[in-house]
Ligand binder design. Structure first.
Ligand code: XMP
Length: 333
């Protein structure tokens, strides 16, 4: 549509004027905001943009490969994938306190990103020597960062804090989505050629599966959780609610599986099992500050639980979380 094309043209001109012929670095997470920012900046300045994708090993099934396929292979962005999963898992080993886990993940994330950014800033090639740090900050982030609301949220769960990063790196800050609301960011993403399925994805927390594996994070737990979660999401996407014609994925705001490191007894064939439990979580919300648990159809829950127990050896029990926020939070940690 014409209005959107004008918007894109205007934003592109603004970025070109601001940046000139200098290099830009952007931390790509695969989330909506950083993805749309990357696509927009690339439209403006092409390969003056370098994206750094820190893979902390706590992503969903095939997610790291999908990010690379989309941005590097299909959209031809210059993306550096930093596989830091060993580092993250090593530092998380033996740690079970949720706040401590969040702090470790946040700190390592910043450290790994800074190390990559420092290499790019020092790089001799004039095209890649970066002078700018781009961030996918959107308007609600701008308002919230001063508000009492976010301070309270932060006191309950410490989120990634990338504030101060541009100063520490000696870079100027580029925030091309600063004036946009989430739905505008999504429209922009689609207009820039990102697939709707990507642009309308549920949010995923920065610490990833690190806060969806209760207690200690172990590689084998992450593996079981990834497979269970993928089955849940696949069934939500493929199950259509007849009245609205929408999928249950579209009818929920966020949905995922949580790994519970407890074992329970079950029976499979004529053998006894003693395996782990997953909880399914699906919520509906407009602002994520409050949320209702989603009344998913029993038939859907039945299919998901049947598939997880049959297909993911090591899990023999599936539960559904019927807690709203407040008093429960959306994530379990
Ligand atoms: P809670 O669990 O506090 O989550 O009800 C509210 C929303 O925030 C997301 N969330 C995070 N997002 N970094 C993020 O980028 C984080 O550390 C983080 N913790 C929670 C959560 O997925 C939900 O959408």
């Amino acid at each position: 549509d014409w209005v959107m094309r004008d918007h894109i043209e205007e934003a592109v001109q603004r970025i070109r004027t601001q940046v000139g012929d200098e290099g830009v670095i952007l931390g790509l997470s695969g989330g909506v905001d950083s993805s749309v920012a990357a696509a927009l900046i690339q439209r403006a300045i092409g390969d003056q943009l370098t994206c750094v994708f820190v893979d902390h090993g706590l992503l969903r099934l095939h997610e790291g490969d999908q990010v690379m396929e989309m941005f590097a292979d299909r959209l031809h962005l210059r993306v550096l994938r930093v596989d830091a999963s060993e580092l993250f898992l090593r530092e998380l080993a033996g740690v079970s306190d949720p706040e401590q886990k969040r702090k470790i993940i946040g700190r390592l994330f910043v450290e790994v990103f800074k190390a990559e950014a420092a290499k790019l800033t020092a790089s001799g090639a004039s095209k890649t020597a970066a002078k700018w740090l781009a961030q996918g900050t959107i308007y609600p982030d701008v308002i919230e960062s001063g508000g009492a609301k976010s301070k309270k949220a932060v006191s309950i769960k410490s989120h990634h804090n990338v504030g101060g990063l541009p100063e520490q790196l000696g870079l100027k800050l580029l925030e091309p989505l600063r004036d946009l609301f989430k739905d505008e960011v999504r429209e922009l993403g689609v207009a820039l050629g990102l697939p709707p399925a990507m642009v309308y994805r549920h949010p995923f927390p920065g610490p990833g599966l690190g806060v969806r594996i209760l207690g200690e994070v172990r590689p084998e737990y992450a593996d079981l959780l990834r497979r269970a979660d993928a089955i849940f999401i696949e069934e939500l996407r493929s199950t259509i609610e007849p009245h609205s014609g929408k999928s249950w994925y579209e009818l929920t705001s966020q949905a995922f599986a949580v790994f519970l490191p407890v074992k329970s007894v079950g029976v499979m064939g004529d053998g006894r099992t003693y395996d782990y439990v997953v909880a399914l979580r699906a919520v509906q919300t407009s602002d994520f500050m409050t949320a209702d648990w989603a009344e998913l159809p029993y038939s859907l829950l039945k299919r998901v639980s049947g598939r997880i127990i049959n297909e993911v050896r090591g899990i023999n029990r599936v539960t559904y979380d019927v807690s709203s926020k407040p008093p429960a939070t959306i994530e379990w940690e």
